[in-house]
Each structure stands twice: as C-alpha cells, then as structure tokens.
Ligand binder design. Sequence first.
Ligand code: DC
Length: 225
Amino acid sequence: MSFKSVAIDGPAGAGKSTLARQLAGRLGFLYVDTGAIYRTVALAVLRAGADPADESQVVSLLEGLDIRMGYGEDGAQRMYLNGEDVSGAIREHRVSGAASKSSALPAVRAFLLDFQRRQAREHSVVMDGRDIGTVVLPGADVKIFLTAAPEARARRRLLELEQRGEQADFEAVLRDIKERDWQDEHRPAAPLKRAEDAALLDTTSMNLEQSLEGLLALVKEKIGQ
Ligand code: DC
C-alpha cells in the first residue's frame, strides 16, 4: 500500500494547525502537528531545569526521552512524555519560548527527523511545521506554503486570546509575531522558507472556510483526492 503525504509549512499564526487538521479530516489522513513534538522536547528541557539554548545540556537529555504521539477519541493529536499526557502543558507560554530556542539546535532537529518521517511511512499524512516540504518530507506528494500578512495573523491571534479570556494588545502581539518570523527565517538550522516546488496560499483576505477550500483545490490538483 502506498501512503500519500501533504506537507504544510508557514509562519506562526497563518492558521496552519487548524487548517491542516481540518484538511486531514476531509482527506481521511492522519494529522501530524510537528510543532507539538518540538514543544514536548522543550517541556522536557524545562522540567529538567536545563537551558533550552544550550546544545550540550539538551543533547544529554535527549537520549533518555520517551516521546510518543497518540490520538484521543475526538481525533485530536496527543503528546506523551515519559508516559504522561502533556498535551495541555506544552501549550503554555513559557514552553513556546523554550521551543523556539531548542528547535533551533541541529541536534534536536536530527533527533526528531526520523520520528517525523516514520509517521509518513506508516500512514497517509497531513504534516505541518516549518521545514516539512524542505527537509522532513522533500518527496511529499503535495507541498503548500501557507502564509498571511503579519497584521492579519496578529488580528487572528488577538481574537483567539480574547476568546480564552486573556488580555492582549494588538501592537504587542504584532511585534511578537514579527520577532518570531525573523527568528524562524534566520536561524542556521532548517530556517523557515518556501520549498521551490511548494504552492503558495496566502490567506490574508480569506476566512477559514475559503482557506480550506483553497487547500483542498491544491490537493486535488496534485493527487486527485
Ligand atoms: O507551530 P508551533 O508554535 O507549535 O511550533 C513550536 C516551535 O517549534 C516554534 O518555535 C517553531 C518550532 N518548529 C520547528 O522548528 N519545526 C517544525 N517542524 C515545527 C515547529
């Protein structure tokens, strides 16, 4: 049996995870959120009291880590660290900061490469991240670079925070997004960039439904699903 793969890359806040999950549901593929995997490593680093930017400290931890992925009854991806369900804990703000640092370490990227590839060897997948089309699955059947203007991403993020009852300021959220973009695009290991053969989908003036239709059209064009 041959499995199909859809790689979706793009900056933070482009709607990638929501859209990739919905796309996977429509296609009947497994959704793999690779950001959650990087976040799990970052959580382990924080819990060990290590510095997420210090390669030798992080490397000495990696060997002993038991990281697993599973799916809940609702179909949502869950992450397990040494047997504990950490799906909620990895969403904390301090973990975002640590993940941004530890994911820039080549040793962490190398450690997670096979873990990610294995998912695509064993299932048809929609995988989202920063380097899926360029590094993890360069042979993916469909590659999409999903983006939106920083202002549009900041507006969406603000809405999300407000819905969670959190206070936030547009300018601060926008600054945070631009800073993360810069870091992701300029890090030496696997910088965020569009694969040459990736289709570009700019969702600045699209709502979720229109973006999903856009993704489905691109998939259909490539693999006829
Ligand atoms: O998409 P996210 O915010 O959950 O990602 C968490 C961090 O991991 C973020 O700093 C980017 C990084 N990341 C990465 O370097 N490569 C991936 N394939 C996915 C995420």
